[in-house]
Design a protein around this ligand. Structure first.
Ligand SMILES: [Fe+2]
Length: 348
């Protein structure tokens, strides 16, 4: 068998640039570091791209492509950095969290979800420093904001009260020593018991359960009425989506707003036609129904999560314009009074 040249192993240029930025800036590979890249067979191609970019950055690759349970621990103990390359869900999340709890793992750990050409092309198109600063500014303003107002030409008119007892989540792909850094970047999110008004989701859906349909909503937006963070009505012209969202809110805590999320990845310029964290990171408001992101601070939880994602919306935090028709315009704001939380509830 002839060995493929480096060029043949590379994806097309916009994708490759994203792979390189993912490795260099987000994972932060330095020459001489030992990196383990753990992937299922379905993600073997993006894992190869990551290995190639890591090698070009001067890293040493540790472990094989597919790791057994035993070698997972060996790699965890012998590498400086581990990247788990996943589809929509973690395959070994609890094992990794258990391993971290032993205190014996010194590696930096990352999870890359939805690995594929789209994730690299769209989600790693802007520098890590830019997105991290954008997240910092939104959270800094958010912690001292009384209420957000969200509007759109499609008909969104929503007031979201912020309370200091609920934390903010800064999801920007950073490893904090307790839970893996989650990629793709980036969003900020909080929780509110006072979401009121009309939300017109004309961007996309995202779900943490199987959804066998194009989730994009431009052709048939979902309109919901919300009262005190509970969905009152659902309407969508597409009968399948109407039935899925209507059925979701009719059961358990599916009618509750568990997340007020702001996608902040300004490199994402289009929605992808499959359920994906890519769509949730799109720069817009998204309302997550079902599972909540505050742990014990809230007296309920739910295993299922359904995100309704807007497209062109405008967002004010009190009197400050944060987003104008889909573009973040937030200027300089002071450092947050308290450190934001990190991590993400359903993607450990
Ligand atoms: Fe979210």
């Amino acid at each position: 068998m002839t060995r493929r040249s480096t060029d043949e192993a590379r994806p097309p240029e916009p994708v490759w640039r994203g792979v390189q930025r993912c490795v260099d800036e987000y994972i932060g590979i330095k020459p001489g570091q030992r990196i383990g890249i753990v992937a299922a067979a379905t993600e073997s191609k993006p894992a190869r791209w990551l290995r190639l970019a890591a090698q070009e950055a001067g890293a040493e690759i540790v472990g094989d492509e597919e790791l057994s349970h035993l070698t997972l621990y060996q790699v965890l103990e012998s590498a400086d950095t581990i990247v788990f390359v996943d589809g929509q869900h973690s395959r070994n999340g609890s094992e990794v969290v258990d391993a971290l709890a032993t205190g014996k793992i010194s590696a930096d750990i990352f999870r890359l979800f939805d690995a594929g050409p789209e994730v690299f092309e769209l989600c790693f198109a802007v520098p890590a420093s830019y997105l991290r600063e954008l997240n910092r500014r939104i959270i800094a303003l958010g912690v001292s904001t009384r209420a957000a107002r969200v509007t759109s030409e499609g008909g969104t008119d929503l007031e979201i009260g912020f309370e200091t007892r609920f934390g903010w989540i800064d999801s920007c792909g950073r490893y904090d020593g307790r839970r893996p850094g989650v990629l793709p970047p980036s969003e900020v999110a909080t929780f509110s018991l006072s979401v009121n008004g009309v939300f017109f989701a004309d961007g996309s859906l995202n779900t943490n359960f199987a959804f066998p349909h194009d989730p994009r909503l431009e052709a048939y937006p979902v309109r919901v009425e919300i009262e005190d963070s509970v969905i009152q009505t659902v309407h969508c012209e597409n009968p399948f989506i109407d039935a899925v969202v209507g059925g979701f809110v009719a059961e358990g805590a599916g009618s509750r707003v568990g997340e007020v999320g702001f996608g902040t990845n300004t490199g994402i310029r289009r929605f992808v036609p499959f359920t994906s964290h890519i769509n949730e990171r799109y720069p817009a408001l998204h309302i997550g129904l079902g599972s909540q992101n505050q742990g014990d601070r809230v007296g309920w939880n739910y295993p299922l999560h359904l995100d309704l994602i807007a497209n062109n919306c405008s967002i004010m935090f009190d009197e400050t314009v944060v987003m104008e028709q889909g573009r973040y315009v937030i200027g300089h704001v002071p450092d947050p009074q308290r450190a934001p939380e990190t991590g993400y509830v359903d993607t450990v």
